[in-house]
Design a protein around this ligand. Structure first.
Ligand code: AMP
Length: 341
């Protein structure tokens, strides 16, 4: 029997519940400290208890997973806690394309793939000396916005970077990535591409709620100026969004361009769930500052199905269940290599 396995964090509950609903076995790699939490959920068949997630890379745990015919579902925690080399060394079949995860973690590679997909990206700024408008300064990898900051000049950049180093949030050696700040309505576009059907599905949209930046808007500007802390973009939660229907055609086009670009650049392409993240400006023009090449936690808001999936499926379909369905179909038709790497 095929098992769906994932790390206990991020969107693991949704993924395993969806797998169970599809009749698959479920396994969770669980940190000791979270055992109590995950034992509450009867749809998790087995726990692999580890001290820290990296331990699951050990021979022992990898062979347990292999013996269980596991397919590993990668998510943000895997990327945040493991290097690209470690992810690529995983022996268990990884759902989607594990090679593209490196393109998500590395800022330069990320920008290259986004340009290849003709996504409208904000202008990158190579040198802090060239900051002459509002920019956002980012860290490498899936840091979830922690330690990001805005700057309007080189001096501003230096001051805030120093402050974050002093606070131990970033290190002196860390290469930071600077890009133009794009103002507008945040929209995180969630998709699923099935190499089995050759079709792109649009699943839904979410917004992220980020502290401190979101709270700042509630404070009068004189008080904002008095705050000494550099406001961060740390994600606290997500909420749903539906788009003007007139925007949907472009949403599909962007997703399809991304899938095609990924096929050209990093075989076997962008299989499974992914997300294009950005903002719509006052003319409803989209600027994309980021992509995630795997399931995003923002899909957690649609555990009973999303507005757009209710147009495609006559049943409640979460992203977790959609993944389970794809695995089940691939197993039944002997095509598991097509959906895993
Ligand atoms: P990221 O890690 O790139 O997803 O960025 C984390 C958060 O920073 C996003 O959710 C946005 O709120 C914000 N952000 C990132 N890039 C930009 C940008 N170029 N313009 C405006 N906001 C941005």
């Amino acid at each position: 029997m095929t098992t769906i396995a994932t790390l206990g964090s991020h969107c693991s509950l949704q993924v395993l519940k969806g797998a169970k609903d599809e009749g698959l076995k479920t396994m969770l790699v669980c940190e000791k400290k979270r055992e109590g939490l995950y034992r509450r959920f009867p749809f998790i068949d087995e726990l692999i208890i580890v001290d820290s997630f990296r331990d699951f890379l050990d021979e022992k745990h990898q062979s347990t997973l292999l013996q269980n015919n596991a397919v590993l579902i990668p998510h943000g925690t895997l990327i945040a806690q493991m290097s690209s080399e470690e992810i690529e060394s995983i022996k268990v079949p990884v759902f989607g394309n594990k090679w593209i995860l490196r393109w998500e973690s590395d800022r330069e590679m990320k920008e290259k793939l986004m340009r290849e997909a003709s996504l409208p990206v904000p202008t990158p700024i190579a040198d802090p000396k060239d900051i002459d408008k509002l920019v956002i300064v980012k860290r490498q990898g899936a840091a979830g916005g922690k330690g990001y900051f805005m700057a309007a000049s080189e001096q501003d950049y230096i001051k805030k970077r120093e402050q974050l180093i002093q606070e131990g949030i970033i290190s002196k050696e860390e290469t930071l990535y600077i890009q133009e700040y794009a103002a507008g309505v945040l929209a995180y576009l969630q998709y699923f591409y099935s190499p089995l059907s050759g079709e792109l599905e649009f699943f839904g949209v979410d917004q992220r709620h980020e502290s401190d930046i979101e709270g700042l808007g509630r404070i009068p500007s004189e008080q904002q100026l008095k705050t000494t802390k550099v406001p961060s973009f740390n994600v606290i939660g997500n909420s749903p969004l539906v788009l003007r229907e007139s925007l949907l055609d472009e949403v599909y086009n962007m997703g399809e361009n991304f899938v095609e670009a990924a096929k050209r650049v990093v075989a076997p392409g962008m299989n499974g769930p992914f997300c294009i993240e950005g903002v719509y400006d006052e003319n409803a023009k989209f600027t994309s500052f980021e992509f995630s090449a795997r399931i995003v936690a923002g899909t957690n808001i649609y555990m009973d199905g999303s507005p757009y999936y209710s147009l495609l499926f006559n049943e409640q379909m979460s992203m977790g269940k959609r993944i389970g369905r794809e695995v089940k179909t691939a197993v039944e038709t002997n095509q598991i290599e097509k959906i895993t790497t």
